[in-house]
Design a protein around this ligand. Structure first.
Ligand SMILES: [Zn+2]
Length: 426
């Protein structure tokens, strides 16, 4: 559903004067001062900042909202999280998965996200039920959000016989991207085989690849190098994303530098999930603790795209999360110590341009010809939007307003306090 709209008096990053944005059939036609009316509907944003809408590159919509069903993870261990996960996967229906996913999709849209990439478990525990649930939720929200699905072998491929065929079936049923998790296999040889199976599947279906890589504190978890080798060997450069990559933090510096150099050769994309991994990784460390993040600054310095994702919302791994990418970007700033102006801009790119690149979005931005997926923020400055977690006043998808938020906050004071307040100065 594409719309026509003129946005009046918009603040645009890097543009000194307020501008109008003319949207025709879902695309930005012109950006300029005092554009003619054309009879299109108009939205006066009164000097507020207009940004390209946020992109969520890594979430698990099949698992969101599952935590309350089983009373929570009491031990806080990965083992209990997996136990909870299996019970839910065995018992959930397509309708239940779709309902839980739908709630979070609507939260994401309200927070300014119009494109989501979701990993969905494909394995012999839950079969294709999680996929079918998320596919249904995606169809039910097709008017407000684009959703890509990654067929994700949460239980491994070599160690969960039957999964490779299920992944192939998942792609034929509507999954877009081949997932993976090589470090979950039991040995190095199986990890390499896992990656080969994913590569062949991706080539058979002309699909991109997005793997969970080295989500571990173990400095010997080194499957990223294997993923890079396979990407170069199969000529899949620019089509492979590595998510999590927590072990990178524990690697020796010289090894990390060499892997990052080769990652640039393979034109890899990276996704860090700072909220979940700050909570999960390093739990068994005594001080100092590993932070569980990839080497964000070193990846950025190598020119590699670094996106960030919510990963989990209220599941056995993570009890928080509100599918708000502006919140995730702020957590990333703290986790990866991004505080200089350029670094803050990189954090803002991690939920915008870099995340759009992970999803392979064409026409992302505010230039004429871009798809008109936009957010109007209750501020006139993007770094301030991050600091203050500014309200997403309107969310626009393909020229149609799909969400609106209004907030009013007021300091209330009694007459007495007003009069007796101490004066300053003089
Ligand atoms: Zn994940």
């Amino acid at each position: 559903m594409n719309g026509d709209l003129i946005i009046r008096s918009a603040r645009i990053e890097g543009v000194p004067a307020l501008a109008d944005i003319d949207i025709a059939a879902g695309n930005i036609a012109r950006v300029g001062e005092q554009l003619p009316a054309h009879g299109r509907p108009e939205l006066d944003v009164d000097g507020r900042l207009v940004s390209p809408a946020f992109v969520e590159p890594h979430i698990h919509l099949d698992k969101v909202g599952t935590l309350p069903l089983l009373g929570g993870n009491r031990s806080g261990t990965l083992a209990e999280a997996i136990e909870i996960l299996h019970r839910i996967k065995r018992s959930s229906s397509v309708d239940e998965v779709a309902a839980r996913a739908g709630t979070v999709i609507r939260q994401a849209v309200l927070a300014g996200t119009t494109r989501i990439r979701s990993h969905v478990d494909v394995d012999t525990v839950g079969g294709l039920t999680p996929l079918r649930g998320v596919l249904r939720a995606a169809r039910e929200h097709a008017d407000v959000c684009d959703i890509q699905i990654v067929a994700f072998p949460q239980e491994g491929i070599v160690r969960d016989p039957g999964t490779a065929d299920l992944m192939d079936a998942a792609i034929r049923e509507g999954a877009d991207v081949v997932g993976g998790m090589p470090h979950w296999e039991t040995d190095e040889e199986s990890a390499r085989e896992h990656i080969e199976i994913c590569m062949r599947l991706a080539q058979r279906h002309d699909a991109d690849i997005d793997m969970h890589v080295d989500e571990s504190d173990n400095p010997d978890s080194r499957t990223l190098a294997m993923v890079i080798d396979a990407t170069l060997a199969h000529g899949w450069q620019g089509r492979v994303t590595a998510g999590h990559c927590c072990a990178m933090a524990a690697w020796p510096d010289d090894y990390a530098a060499e892997v990052i150099r080769r990652a640039a050769q393979a034109r890899m994309n990276f996704v860090t999930n700072p909220a979940t991994n700050l909570l999960l990784q390093g739990r068994l460390d005594r001080e100092p603790r590993r932070r569980g993040l990839p080497r964000v600054k070193e990846l950025l310095a190598a020119g590699l795209p670094v996106a960030c994702g919510q990963d989990c919302v209220q599941d056995g791994f993570y009890p928080f999360g509100s599918a708000d990418q502006l919140q995730v970007a702020l957590i990333l700033c703290h986790a990866a110590q991004l505080s200089l102006p350029d670094e803050i801009d990189a954090a803002l790119a991690s939920i915008r341009q870099a995340a759009a690149r992970v999803l392979g979005v064409r026409g992302y931005g505010l230039q004429p010809g871009s798809t008109a997926d936009l957010i109007v923020l209750d501020t006139d400055d993007m770094r301030e939007a991050l600091r203050l977690q500014a309200a997403r006043r309107w969310v626009i998808r393909r020229g149609v307003v799909v969400a609106a938020t209004s907030t009013t906050s007021t300091i209330t004071r009694s007459q007495h306090q007003e009069q007796s307040a101490p004066t300053t100065g003089g």
